[in-house]
Design a protein around this ligand. Sequence first.
Ligand code: CO
Ligand code: CO
Length: 357
Amino acid sequence: MTLNFPQTVRLTQQVKAGGCASKLPAGSLRQVLSALPAQSDPDLLVGFETSDDAGIYRIGPGQALVQTVDFFTPLVDDPFTFGQIAATNALSDIYAMGGRPLTALAVVCFPQDADLEILERIMRGGLSKMTEAKCTVVGGHSVRDAEMKFGYAVTGLIDPAGVYTNTGAVSGDTLILTKPIGTGVITTALKQGKSEPAWVERAVRSMTTLNSTASALATACRGVHAITDITGFGLMGHGRELALGSRVALEIEAVRVPLIEGALDAVRLGAIPGGLLANREFAECLVQDFPESRVPDDLRALLYDPQTSGGLLISVASEDAAALLAALHSATVPAVAIGRVSGPFVAGAGAPAIILR
Ligand code: CO
Ligand code: CO
């Protein structure tokens, strides 16, 4: 396939699935990872067997590396914006664990005959966000590929005593989400030519907002027990990991979940990413409705929408939730309390990990 890009090229038309929707489903990935032999390195503090956000490796007393990699296909048409989203998204797992990003390596897949100016603009966009995050791009690697992809491997520093994972949520905690959801359905609507400019503008603003402020405020709050970021597996997929990892059940009030303007419209227009269906298939068996709850179908679908560069899901002691929310709001983080940790998760016997009301 030869791809020649005129100035007006729409990046989203060059790929089959955009952004985090281009990833492998959680179920397939789990199957492969669980088949691999265990490693026995005492300095590996968080490895891939715990489905946490990033790996953590101790390099000395009180100091560890926190490492992650994330790259994907274009989900918006403008190259600079795509680069910004890819960088913001790649940094997110560092912030989710409470780390501070230090260096990044660019990961580039690019068609052989495509216009190199597009790649330059993608990398300029990425660099602008890395600079904002005070993360230095030290190099990268590129391969020829019919479908372009871009992202980063990011290395940060973290105090092993101050690591936040998805295993610490405690019964009674309040659940706070720091960004609205809907980037998957809106960018799918964009690709299908069904989106309104305002929807895409809101989604882009959200996807290019670093989780740095939310992370700094959450990690400064003593009552915060667990943090994860909402990305490709959607709110319900990452909520499921938090529930299983912490052996608790979550109660989520569907109508309180913040939505990006246009997200419900996109669902009603049938802009459903394949990843949404895969997430639903993977997670829905552990989700139950509260007896009296009436969650509308379009809203229910959105809860499984694969997010690109989504917000943090924070589990915080209920007595500290109001203060944390106030601090987030005064820093212009659009955080919302969406539910609580209702009690212990009882494995088996059809018990739910997430209860919707
Ligand atoms: Co993550
Ligand atoms: Co990730």
